[in-house]
Design a protein around this ligand. Structure first.
Ligand SMILES: Cc1ncc(C[n+]2csc(CCOP(=O)(O)OP(=O)(O)O)c2C)c(N)n1
Length: 674
């Protein structure tokens, strides 16, 4: 291995290494190996190439940097501190401690300069693909021949684990197809993962794999050879037609005499003896810990002045742009700030009452199009189910390698990457991404949904075919536990509208919400469009649940609570109960999360908890519904997998019928009387 050429460079690279070593040692937890191995290529990227402004981590045209291998978080924390972000050294000394800005893995919002939350391997890589897509789309929308305001790279640092995970395969395949030339991945090719050598389970030719995806690939044989790393990054920047993978051969735990190149250095502190040996080996003073030599700091801190200049130059360009294109500049400001343009919702239709009605996926498609017409930064698509999910923006082009201005994303059959790419698009800023698939396949994108919720991102999931109503496709395609599973994710709002007008309200909420992602659960089958003169207004949806129909002038005997396609069923049951002299209230409950956020007084007014007789109806597992019906209430749901048959038959056979609701309601009533 070549020695690091220059003394100052050497000092800087070792500063990164030792900060990581000392932080992990003090916390007695963390992963020193990756930062020690990858310090040199990271140093080259951050000091020679990355266009960023440490004083303003949200400068819109900064290069994006994603540490996909989030377990190596001290690498990023060291770089952020050293280059002058608002991350004091004391925070690095508090690595992994309660309330610190340096949690175990990079978390958006906790640490200035962290672009995305990483840790689950593969996610950051796919986020970076989303960021690169966002850059290209915004460039197409806003740049003009003589004025460029969007022009940056997206860099991602990925490890073996990142490249093993399926989501990176999906995302890499799409990135190659889309020819995302400004996406550059530095692959920390250190041949080690937790269990030992990557030879245990990861032997394909990664370079060839990426080549066949349509990537430009480079190899650097010695990651400590700064000039070789720089040359590869330069080559990657020159390559504008294809994304680039630079496989950088590094040595995990570099500098540790006994642990370098072994899995031992992966997920545990070196230990005091080995720290001492490592420092001696690298010619580093043993004391103090967290040493940052002045010369090294001065070198890193050049980023502050440099970054200021970069942003100022951009600001000047933006001023010129704003003079030449005041309307575009205004639009840019609005979409980058996350605000909505005035009138964005003016064309949301009101659907007339119609007993035959339409599927909520179909009304969703109409509403989506009505919103898209006035909300230019709404962009999305489906994982190859657009005709079923009704996610196409009519009259818009596809986002493609030859047309970056298109708003219809063709994610291909890649649900997992779709979710992660949506996260990257949302994180980039300026766009509101949506993505569709069948509700049953929400399982395939659960990891990015969880992260979107953790990060509080605005993303809209269009999950159609939301029940056994799917019918003939059978149990593999019939969601059962999926609503419940999604509802368990903190920060995700799940909305299952009951008809076309609730669907319109659901979209209105999703686009307006600043509270994290929203999942829409929509039917394949037609649902009547309720007559809102007869029933309460659909804008009750914003409160999560509302009284849809009630008895006049008295308290009901029983409260029927339902979501989505089971609301018409509950209404039918209430008519039947009426004939039997039983007064039922019907509550439409499209969203638990929105309802739970209401004041207790409102919730009590809707659910009438003093009444024992309450029945909840939903075509999914009953888990969780008990809290809305109380101990004396009853649940009509499906606690088994579905079956293949026409949808109506499956509903009947599994007992999701108005008669069953009636029976259940009467039983509950009798019980509460007895
Ligand atoms: C999805 C996911 N699965 C498992 C893990 C646990 N994990 C953390 S690092 C790692 C593998 C480490 O190997 P590599 O990615 O090569 O990193 P390095 O050893 O070079 O630090 C694993 C399995 C994870 N973070 N994410």
């Amino acid at each position: 291995m070549h020695a690091v050429q220059d003394k100052l460079d050497d000092l800087c690279v070792n500063t990164i290494r030792m900060l990581a070593v000392d932080a992990v040692e003090k916390a007695n937890s963390g992963h020193p190996g990756l930062p020690m191995g990858a310090a040199a290529p990271a140093y080259v990227l951050w000091t020679r190439f990355l266009r960023h402004n440490p004083a303003n981590p949200s400068w819109p045209d900064r290069d994006r940097f994603v540490l996909s291998a989030g377990h190596g978080s001290t690498l990023l924390y060291a770089l952020l501190h050293l280059t002058g972000y608002d991350l004091p050294l004391d925070e690095i000394k508090q690595f992994r401690q309660w309330g610190s800005k340096t949690p175990g893995h990079p978390e958006v919002g906790d640490t200035p300069g962290v672009e995305t939350t990483t840790g689950p391997l593969g996610q950051g890589f796919a986020n970076a693909v989303g960021m690169a897509i966002a850059e290209q789309h915004l460039a197409a929308c806003f740049n003009r021949a003589d004025h460029t305001i969007v022009d940056h790279h997206t860099y991602v640092f990925a490890s073996d684990g990142d490249l093993m995970e399926g989501v990176s395969h999906e995302a890499a395949s799409l990135a190659g197809h889309l020819k995302l030339g400004k996406l550059i991945c530095l692959y920390d090719d250190n041949s080690i993962s937790i269990e030992g050598s990557t030879d245990l389970a990861f032997t394909e030719d990664r370079m060839k794999r990426f080549e066949s995806y349509g990537w430009h690939v480079e190899r650097v044989d010695d990651g400590n050879d700064l000039e070789a790393v720089a040359a590869a990054i330069r080559a990657a920047q020159m390559e504008t037609e294809r994304p680039s993978l630079i496989a950088v051969r590094t040595h995990i735990g570099y500098g540790s005499p006994n642990k370098e190149g072994t899995a031992d250095v992966h997920g545990a502190p070196l230990g005091p003896d080995e720290v001492k040996l490592t420092k001696e080996n690298l010619g580093w003073p043993l004391e103090p810990a967290f040493l940052i030599p002045d010369d090294a700091l001065a070198e890193f801190r050049k980023a502050v002045e440099n970054g200021k200049g970069l942003e100022q130059e951009w600001q000047a360009r933006f001023q010129e742009y704003a003079k030449a294109y005041p309307e575009l500049a205004e639009e840019w400001q609005v979409c980058m700030s996350g605000e909505l343009p005035s009138g964005w919702d003016r064309d949301i239709p009101e659907f007339p009452a119609d007993p035959k009605g339409l599927a909520t996926r179909a009304s969703s498609g109409k509403v989506l199009n009505a919103i898209a017409a006035n909300l230019p930064n709404l962009i999305g698509g489906s994982a190859d189910l657009a005709p079923s999910n009704k996610t196409l923006i009519e009259g818009s082009d596809d986002f493609s390698s030859s047309n970056r201005g298109g708003r219809n994303m063709r994610f291909g059959v890649r649900e997992h990457a779709m979710g992660s790419i949506m996260n990257g698009m949302a994180l980039h800023g300026g766009l509101i991404p949506y993505g569709g698939t069948f509700l049953v396949f929400s399982d395939y994108m659960r990891p990015p949904i969880r992260l979107a919720a953790m990060m509080g991102l605005k993303a809209v999931y269009v999950f159609t075919h939301d029940s056994i109503g799917v019918g003939e496709d059978g149990p593999t395609h019939q969601p059962i536990e999926h609503l419940a599973a999604l509802r368990t994710i903190p920060g995700l709002t799940v909305i299952r509208p009951a008809d076309a007008n609730e669907t319109a309200e659901a979209w209105r909420f999703a686009v307006q919400s600043q509270e994290g992602p929203v999942a829409l659960a929509l039917t394949r089958q037609n649902l009547p469009t309720l007559d809102r003169h007869q029933y309460a207004s659909a804008d009750g949806l914003s409160r999560g649940a509302y009284v849809l129909s009630d008895v006049e002038n008295s308290e009901p005997d029983v409260v029927l609570i339902a979501s989505g396609s089971e609301v018409p069923l509950a209404l039918e049951a209430s008519e039947k109960l009426k004939e039997k002299g039983t007064a039922a209230r019907v509550v439409s409950m499209p969203s638990w999360e929105l309802f739970d956020a209401q004041p207790e007084e409102y919730r009590n007014k809707v659910l009438l908890p003093h009444l024992g007789a309450r029945v909840a109806v939903e075509a999914g597992i009953t888990q969780g519904w008990r809290r809305y019906v109380g101990d004396r209430g009853e649940l009509v749901g499906i606690d088994r997998f579905g079956a293949s048959a026409p949808g109506k038959t499956v509903y009947e056979k599994l007992g999701l019928t108005a008669d069953r609701v009636v029976e259940t309601a009467l039983e509950v009533l009798n019980r509460s009387k007895g």
